[in-house]
Design a protein around this ligand. Structure first.
Ligand SMILES: [Zn+2]
Length: 114
C-alpha cells in the first residue's frame, strides 16, 4: 500500500498550495505518476477517496496521468522506453542506463475555488 503514503504526503502539499493561494475548495487534482513507480491508479483512487474525507479535497476529483519511462544508455547514448523490468540497450546489450523519465510523482495542477 505505498499508494496510501503517497496520497498522505500529497495531501500535505495540496493543503499548503491551497493555503498560499487562498483556495477554499478543491475541484480537481492532476497528478503525474511515472510508470517506474508502479503506482496502481485504482489503488491510488481508493486511497484518495479514504484520505480526502473532511479535508479541503472532500469534493475533489483525482486525475492520474501516467508518464512513460525514458532512459538513456550510458554507453551509446541512445534513448529508449524500457519495459518495467528490462533496461537492456538493444545496441550494446548492456543494462547500463540512466533514467530520464518515469520515476517521478508530480503534482501537476490543483484546480479550486477562492
Ligand atoms: Zn547502448
Amino acid at each position: 500500500m505505498h499508494e496510501l503514503s503517497i496520497v498522505i504526503s500529497l495531501m500535505d502539499q495540496i493543503e499548503d498550495v491551497a493555503r498560499v493561494n487562498k483556495l477554499v475548495k478543491i475541484d480537481e487534482i492532476q497528478l503525474e505518476t511515472g510508470v517506474l513507480r508502479q503506482v496502481i491508479p485504482e489503488v491510488m483512487q481508493e486511497a484518495f477517496e479514504s484520505v480526502k474525507l473532511n479535508t479541503i479535497c472532500e469534493n475533489a476529483v483525482l486525475t492520474i496521468l501516467e508518464v512513460p519511462a525514458l532512459v538513456v544508455c550510458n554507453k551509446c547514448k541512445s534513448q529508449f522506453e524500457p519495459a518495467i523490468d528490462d533496461f537492456l540497450c538493444k545496441n550494446c546489450n548492456l543494462a547500463d542506463v540512466k533514467t530520464l523519465k518515469g520515476n517521478e510523482i508530480i503534482l501537476k495542477a490543483i484546480i479550486g475555488d477562492k
